[in-house]
Design a protein around this ligand. Structure first.
Ligand code: SF4
Length: 315
């Protein structure tokens, strides 16, 4: 599999803190990759850096983001968005807010497509939207296209967002917490929808999620993120069956991280990840780690467990 996207030693910070501290990861063509970790670890910021949707006070200070062989950080924010729209689809975390209330589903789905494919025409775009909705299990797609967001259920809005993201014949689908804030019934439907997409030929997916059950069901590879950097990576089976980093083990012990209050069950031996010096070469998990040793305060590098499984821990 050839590489489609890579973050290479990416650093970003706001006025006070480092947010990304040497983030490196990659996604191959056709592969489904997940980033897991607590709130505040930087996983949503990673997506923001790629898609140029970072908060105003956050800036990238060094590193690169290579998409299809080109460093996209050389483009300004608006130009980057314009260039990537036809290649990368994005499903945001809060699907309710992402649909403009005064636009029908048809307009939501076709506007951006027509802008980026001016020769296609709105009729072709509407036909494409109807086919996409049907392929995602929406019955009566023509009627759904005429509805407004206030007339849609939460699960339907999620499907519309996924369909909108797929309109551009994309190479990569990026999804931010796709199963959060969904009731269990809808969550199962959305999980199976993503599972079907993960097998779609030529489509790579980068999914950010708290929900380990969901991640396990769809991901080929998993990155565990802590305090702005990757602390463990591996094939999904390796991460779930044989986690190596104490933080990953703690997450696995908790099972699914779908409920945010489960974060409070994580070991708290000191400061939370938002307060630590993310640019320090020491292990960022040290204040909370029950296995810590003297050498954890020095530079901690990556250890290789297998050809595909790496961990940033002295153990
Ligand atoms: S490097 Fe040390 S402090 Fe960090 S996770 Fe490993 S044992 Fe714990």
């Amino acid at each position: 599999m050839s590489e489609l996207l890579s973050f290479r030693s990416l650093y970003a910070r706001d006025e006070r803190h480092a947010i990304l501290a040497g983030l490196s990861l990659h996604v191959n063509r056709g592969e489904t990759v997940a980033i897991v970790g607590e709130s505040g670890c930087g996983k949503t910021m990673s997506i923001g850096a790629l898609l140029s949707i970072l908060p105003d006070d956050v800036r990238i200070t060094s590193g690169s983001i290579i998409f299809d062989g080109e460093d996209v950080l050389k483009y300004s924010g608006k130009e980057r968005m314009a260039r990537l729209y036809s290649r990368i689809g994005f499903v945001p975390q809060n699907t309710s807010d992402s649909l403009y209330p005064l636009m029908t589903v048809s307009k939501v789905m076709t506007d951006a497509y027509v802008r980026s494919h001016p020769d296609a025409g709105r009729k072709h775009a509407a036909e494409k939207a109807a086919i996409l909705l049907s392929s995602l299990g929406i019955e009566d797609a023509e009627r759904v296209l005429s509805l407004y967001p206030s007339q849609l259920s939460g699960g339907m809005k999620q499907r519309i967002n996924i369909a909108s993201a797929l309109m551009g014949d994309i190479d990569l689908l990026v999804a931010d917490e796709p199963t959060s804030a969904l009731d269990i019934h809808i969550r199962r439907q959305i999980e199976s929808l993503y599972a079907s997409l993960s097998g779609r030929e030529g489509l790579a997916m980068l999914v950010v999620s708290h929900d380990l059950g969901f991640v396990r069901s769809i991901a080929d590879r998993v990155y565990v993120m802590y305090a702005g950097r990757i602390i463990e990576e591996g094939l999904s089976d390796e991460i779930f069956s044989d986690p190596a980093h104490p933080y990953t083990k703690a997450l696995m012990t908790l099972g699914t991280m779908g409920a945010r209050d489960r974060e409070h069950d994580l070991p708290e031996f000191g400061r939370p990840s938002s307060d630590i010096d993310r640019e320090s070469p020491a292990c960022a998990f040290l204040p909370r780690c029950s296995c810590r040793k003297d050498q954890c305060a020095g530079p901690v590098g990556y250890a290789c467990i297998s050809d595909t499984h790496f961990v940033r821990c002295v153990l």
